[in-house]
Design a protein around this ligand. Structure first.
Ligand code: GLN
Length: 467
C-alpha cells in the first residue's frame, strides 16, 4: 500500500470512529493528505518514521491546526509554530493526522473535563478512557494510529494507557523538549508517548528525545537507539515491589492481576525484591499543592488579550479579564487556580507550598534509596479499572486518587511506563507500572517488551478498526 492510500484509510477510520469515541478534536485531512504525498515523493527513504501516522494531544502546538488544550479559552487559538516534538516527528517522516481530545489544560483523570465533550473508552462505551490524554490513548487503543503523543504532569499518559489496554511512557524529566507544550505545572510536565506496543513507543521516543536549545530543562544526555536495543532477555534484572502500596484503596481485580504479573516477571528470569517508599502516602497531597500552585501562575497568561477567546460586552479592561476567564475556563481549572493561588498566598506559603517542596525532596530520596537495591519498581498503574462516565465527576477528591501510583514519578522526575497485564472479569484492561532511574527508558522498554512478548493481552476493544 502506498503512503497516500494508507493515510487516506487512517483518516477515514479516524473520522468514522470519532462519531462514537470523540477522541479527535480535529482530523487534519487536508494537511495529512498533502504531507503524505510529500513524504511519498521524497527521496529520503531512510526516515525512521516514514509515513507513520501519529495523533497529537491538543495541548501540543501545531502551526497547521488548532491547539485548544480542551478549553473554551483557547478554542480558536492557532499557534505560530510547531512544538519541537512535532517538528522532530515531521522531520522523521511521520504524519500528524489529528489533534486529540483531553481534559481541559490536562487537568483530570477521566477526560470528562474537556470543553468539547467526554471521550468514550473503546472497551466499554459507558466507561471513561482515563485522562488527561484520553483522546490520544483512545486513538491508539481503537487502532486508528499505532502511536500518539500525550502529556504527563501526574499520570496523564500512564493512567489512560492502563484504562485502554495499551503501552504509555512518561520519560525522565528533560528527556523530551517541552517547547510548544502548553504549560500546566512546568516542574512536572513532560510529553509522553502511547503505543500499541513498546516497540511503537521506542520508535517515537528515539525521534523526539534529546536536548533542545529552546527548552533549557532538556538534558545533554545521549539518546539511545531504543528500537535496536529492545530485547527479550531480562534475566537477573531486579524488580522492586513496594508491598505497602498494595493495600487500602486498591481494587481486588487490579491487585490480583498485578500480583500475577510479578510471578510472570519471575518466570522470565527477573529477581523480585522488596523495596520501601515510605513517603508515597503523601504524594497526592504534595502533587495537588505543587501542581495547582504552578498552574495558577502559568494560566495567568490567558486573559483575553494574548490568546484565543475574549468575552464580549465588557466596559473596561479589568471586567474583560474577569469575564473572559469566567466564561473561558471550566470548573476544574477554576478550582485549581483558586487552590494554587491560596497555597502561594503569603499567609499560607510556608505551611503548604514550602512544606510540599520539602516532602517532594523526601519522595525523591525514597526512590534513590530504592534504586540502590533494584533496577525498576513495579506497582499497579491505577487503583481501579476504567470507571463509569459520571461516577467521579462530582467528587474531585475521589478523582484525584486515580493518580496515586503515578504522580510520584513526576514529582521525582523519573521515568515510568504502563504495560497491559490482563483483563478484569468485566473485560476491562488492567495496567502494571514500572518506574526506573533517570534515563533508564531503554530498560523500562525492555521490561515492557519482554512482558508483552510472553504475556500478550490477546484481546481487542469492542470498538476498533476492522481490517
Ligand atoms: N490526573 C492528574 C491531574 O488531574 C494528572 C494530570 C496530568 O498528568 N496532566 O492533575
Amino acid at each position: 500500500m502506498t503512503i497516500c492510500s494508507e493515510i487516506e484509510k487512517i483518516l477515514n477510520n479516524a473520522e468514522k470512529l470519532n462519531e462514537t469515541l470523540n477522541s479527535f478534536l480535529t482530523v487534519e485531512r487536508e494537511y495529512a493528505t498533502e504531507r503524505a504525498a510529500e513524504v511519498e515523493n521524497s527521496a529520503n527513504e531512510n526516515q525512521p518514521l516514514r509515513g507513520v501516522a501519529i495523533a497529537v494531544k491538543d495541548n501540543i502546538c501545531t502551526s497547521f491546526s488548532q491547539t485548544s488544550c480542551g478549553s473554551r479559552i483557547l478554542g480558536n487559538y492557532r499557534p505560530q509554530y510547531n512544538a519541537t516534538a512535532v517538528e522532530k516527528l515531521s522531520n522523521a517522516g511521520a504524519i500528524v493526522v489529528g489533534k486529540t481530545n483531553m481534559d481541559e489544560f490536562a487537568m483530570g483523570s477521566s477526560n470528562e473535563n474537556s470543553a468539547f465533550g467526554a471521550v468514550k473508552n473503546p472497551w466499554n462505551l459507558a466507561r471513561v478512557p482515563g485522562g488527561s490524554s484520553g483522546g490520544s490513548a483512545v486513538a491508539v487503543a481503537s487502532g486508528v494510529v499505532r502511536a500518539a503523543l500525550g502529556s504527563e504532569t501526574g499520570g496523564s499518559v500512564r493512567q489512560p494507557a492502563s484504562f485502554c489496554g495499551i503501552v504509555g511512557l512518561k520519560p525522565t524529566y528533560g528527556r523530551i523538549s517541552r517547547f510548544g507544550l502548553v504549560a500546566f505545572a512546568s516542574s512536572l510536565d513532560q510529553i509522553g508517548i502511547f503505543g500499541q506496543t513498546s516497540e511503537d513507543v521506542a520508535k517515537v521516543l528515539g525521534v523526539v528525545a534529546g536536548r533542545d536549545k529552546n527548552d533549557s530543562t532538556t538534558a545533554e544526555v545521549k539518546v539511545n537507539d531504543y528500537v535496536s536495543e529492545l530485547s527479550n532477555d531480562i534475566k537477573g534484572k531486579r524488580i522492586g515491589i513496594p508491598r505497602a502500596l498494595f493495600g487500602e484503596g486498591l481494587d481486588e481485580k487490579v491487585r490480583s492481576a498485578v500480583e500475577k504479573s510479578i510471578e510472570n516477571y519471575r518466570s522470565l528470569g527477573a529477581e523480585i525484591v522488596d523495596v520501601k517508599l515510605p513517603n508515597s502516602k503523601y504524594s497526592i497531597a504534595v502533587y495537588y499543592i505543587l501542581a495547582t500552585a504552578e498552574a495558577s501562575s502559568n494560566l495567568a497568561r490567558f486573559d483575553g488579550v494574548r490568546y484565543g477567546f475574549r468575552a464580549e460586552g465588557s466596559h473596561d479592561l479589568r471586567e474583560m479579564y474577569m469575564k473572559t476567564r469566567e466564561e473561558g475556563f471550566g470548573a476544574e481549572v477554576k478550582r485549581r487556580i483558586m487552590l494554587g493561588t491560596y497555597v502561594l498566598s503569603s499567609g499560607y506559603y510556608e505551611a503548604y507550598y514550602a512544606r510540599a517542596q520539602k516532602v517532594r525532596t523526601l519522595l525523591k530520596q525514597d526512590f534513590s534509596n530504592a534504586f540502590e537495591n533494584c533496577d525498576a519498581i513495579l506497582t499497579p498503574t491505577a487503583p481501579t479499572t476504567a470507571f463509569k462516565i459520571g461516577e467521579k465527576s462530582d467528587d474531585p477528591l475521589a478523582m484525584y486518587l486515580s493518580d496515586i501510583y503515578t504522580c510520584s514519578a513526576n514529582l521525582a522526575g523519573i521515568p515510568g511506563i504502563s504495560v497491559p497485564c490482563g483483563l478484569s472479569s468485566e473485560g476491562l484492561p488492567i495496567g502494571l507500572q514500572l518506574q526506573g532511574r533517570n534515563w533508564s527508558e531503554n530498560l523500562l522498554l525492555n521490561l515492557a517488551h519482554a512482558y508483552e512478548q510472553e504475556f500478550p493481552l490477546g484481546a481487542k476493544p469492542e470498538i476498533s478498526v476492522t481490517e
